[in-house]
Design a binder for this molecule. Structure first.
Ligand SMILES: [Zn+2]
Length: 404
């Protein structure tokens, strides 16, 4: 006999509702699949078990995380810009942990964020170190294999390694695959084109850290600055590199790389004119504001992104730049810094926004027949509209619990 569980909500939120629904119930089965969404009284006779809640919303998506760093107990000191931060990170990338300890830290972190409402991750990584614990965890994940090579010579070898990793695993079940192009300062234009072609052929998005800080602009506009020094020091500089004389965003547009398949992470240094260009090309954004404040002190121009209709998702980035792996904290920070955003912007970003950039259309929304994961909240205040609901959900006082 199927067992029907009724979760009632004084307020039910889903990003695709016109407005939050009042006095609604969700009938689910034991696997968490939504069988019915209707006013509570219509479901009372059908259910075997009933739980009452104040607010229910779909599970949230952390669209950009580096679980490689899950075992870090402290962030890498920031405040001196991205180049300085990466230098410090590379000195101590393993944080003194064995691979077994790192795997345990990944498992622990996933358990924690799952319990507080996260249902999917965009894991960005340049090896297979975190793959096994993520597969075992059952957490939905877009495993973004991030390629790095600024020199022109390495392109074929790098793409062969990408193919090898893709072919080495089934990529069925909870973890699916995509390629990432690390950043403009670490990827040659030729490799960028190869990754774009590969992503088109494989039906995946292309993910990249873009406009995280101002120094990549110097590299592309003038062929100088801290990235030139860094790449020379690392033995990765390309002597034949000719700066295109425009920012990476404008250059990528000249190469035809900006499209609806491009997911740009950070954009903390993107100018309004560049944001407008990205929006015209349909580029989607993943924002990690805590990490930006830690490393460079910049915040992305979120108001402009929203004004021009960019699709937004949020991610925590890794523990090297953010102690919290809870994506609600990113939404809370943006809510504090930009309290005048249109109501619902940030709740959309952590639900449907994240689900869409990772290619999980069944997540982030309350829909009959799907299993988006459900989060219940006690908000300790009365709310009358979406603006008040968003503020209450993102306040520090809200108590959260994963119920499906
Ligand atoms: Zn990152």
């Amino acid at each position: 006999m199927p067992h029907y569980i009724l979760h009632t909500a004084e307020i039910l939120y889903s990003p695709d509702f016109d407005r939050p629904k009042v006095g609604y119930g969700l009938l689910i089965d034991e696997s968490g699949t939504i069988l019915e969404a209707a006013p509570i009284r219509e479901l009372l006779d059908i259910c075997d078990e009933r739980h009452d809640h104040q607010v229910i919303m779909p599970g949230v998506v952390n669209a950009h995380i580096h679980l490689t760093d899950a075992g870090r107990t402290e962030t890498v000191p920031g405040g001196e810009g991205l180049v300085a931060w990466i230098r410090k990170l590379l000195v101590d990338r393993d944080a003194g942990l064995t691979s077994k300890e790192r795997e345990e830290a990944v498992t622990r972190t996933i358990d924690e964020i799952r319990a507080s409402g996260t249902v999917a991750l965009g894991e960005v990584v340049n090896n297979e170190g975190t793959l096994k614990p993520i597969m075992r965890s059952g957490m939905r994940c877009r495993y973004i294999h991030e390629l790095i090579d600024f020199s022109r010579e390495g392109r074929e070898k790098i793409m062969a390694e990408a193919e090898r990793l893709k072919g080495a695993h089934g990529w069925e079940g909870n973890v699916v695959h995509a390629l990432g192009a690390h950043a403009p300062y670490s990827i040659s234009p030729e490799l960028m084109k190869s990754i774009d072609e590969w992503s088109l052929a494989n039906g995946t998005y292309l993910y990249q850290h873009l406009a995280e800080g101002p120094d990549e602009r110097k590299l592309y506009e003038q062929g100088e600055g801290p990235w030139v020094e860094f790449l020379k020091m690392a033995g990765a500089w390309d002597e034949s590199f000719v700066p295109p004389g425009v920012s990476p965003i404008l250059f990528y547009d000249q190469l035809g790389l900006l499209s609806v398949r491009f997911v740009a992470v950070h954009l903390a240094d993107a100018a309004d004119s560049e944001i407008q260009l990205l929006a015209r090309r349909g580029v989607k954004a993943v924002l990690s504001p805590t990490s930006n404040l830690h490393i460079t002190g910049l915040l992305p121009h979120v108001r402009e992104m929203v004004r021009v209709g960019m699709r937004l998702a949020l991610g925590t980035d890794g523990r090297g730049s953010n102690p919290s792996m809870d994506v609600f904290d990113e939404a809370r920070l943006l809510h504090e810094r930009f309290p005048d955003l249109p109501p619902g912007t940030l709740l959309r970003a952590v639900t449907v926004g994240g689900a869409d950039v990772l290619g999980f259309p069944d997540l982030g929304r309350i829909r009959v027949g799907s299993s988006p994961g459900l989060v219940a909240m006690e908000i300790n205040e009365e709310v009358n509209d979406l603006k008040e609901l968003e503020r209450a959900i993102l306040s520090n006082d809200a108590k959260r619990e994963r119920i499906a």
